[in-house]
Design a protein around this ligand. Sequence first.
Ligand code: DNO
Length: 365
Amino acid sequence: MPMKMGWRWYGEGNDPVSLGDIKQIPGVTSIVWALHNKMPGEIWTEEEIKHEVDLIHSYGFDAEVVESVNVHDDIKIGLPTRDALIENYKTCIRNLGKFGVKVICYNFMPVFDWTRTDLFHPVGDGSTALYYEASAIKGDYKSMADYIMSFTEKYNMTFPGWEPERMAKLDELFKAYAPVSKDQLWENLFYFLRAIMPTCEEAGIKMAIHMDDPPWDIFGLPRLMVDAAACEKLLKAVDHPCNCLTLCTGSLNANPNNNCADMVKKFHDRIAFAHIRNIHHLPNGDFSEAAHRDCCGETGIIDILRAYHDAGWEGYIRPDHGRQLWEEGPGVCRPGYGKYDRALGIQYMLGVWDLLDKLDAEKKA
Ligand code: DNO
């Protein structure tokens, strides 16, 4: 069983789920972590990293995957300040490498990270899930940002990628990105990756870019990592073994034309990190996040797992967002990151995986 099952954890005092809770979920070996108090561009010091890694190790988990070291907007925009910020990023890579980190998940989405219009949308069975109402993401970016940030304020719970400091300067950010075309954004991504690849190689770290969520332009902002062609373009442009993907099935399958199992078959050598999330599509173009069970959505979870298994894939995998179950209302957990549905998702994935292992063993016998 070569793949390593992970759990995204927001840190002590910042995550209602404790390492002790996670320890009780059979099969989890890797804590996916970050220094969540850090702004993009800041240096992660060795002391800070050691503190977190020691804590994770003390529960018997590895701390080999970081999600995310966020990339400063000046690097994405391509401003003259980017070189100094890239140097800081390299220092973070070197420092993380010293403590055994193997994969850094990051994204290159302009302004907004993941985007949803309802964080606690009723699924119909009493649970809630993140939801995307297509018609609500047309004009005013402010109302969507205000809605998401109102949770941050009300429940004193920050969402990565939605740093209040950055969101306070939304108009400025939109102005700064205005001249950045899609081609220019690609060039800025290549520039960043080419600059850091030698450092990654020295540090033994793979950079795993997250897919854009949702995988299309929003509010006039270009988005790059949207389909197989984009993955191919990125992997060819910077053809280095440390330039890898975080293949997020939920992000990609928001566009039902993306076949994630095919993408696994094609890119498994360069997928360092797998996010497994199921999406249920509605006829009007809206979509809801769904339980991991294959039939709860249209993402093709079993085909995806089988593609990883058949490839003998050895990366890190985690259940991505889950629904909010039972008492997990607003304020009790970070939307998408409750305790129960992710634990159920892990057991579902491991059930499929264990069976595939058994079938293989029987074939060989
Ligand atoms: C959402 C996450 C993303 C992801 C970043 C990676 O829940 O999948 O926020 O962590 O895009 O940098």
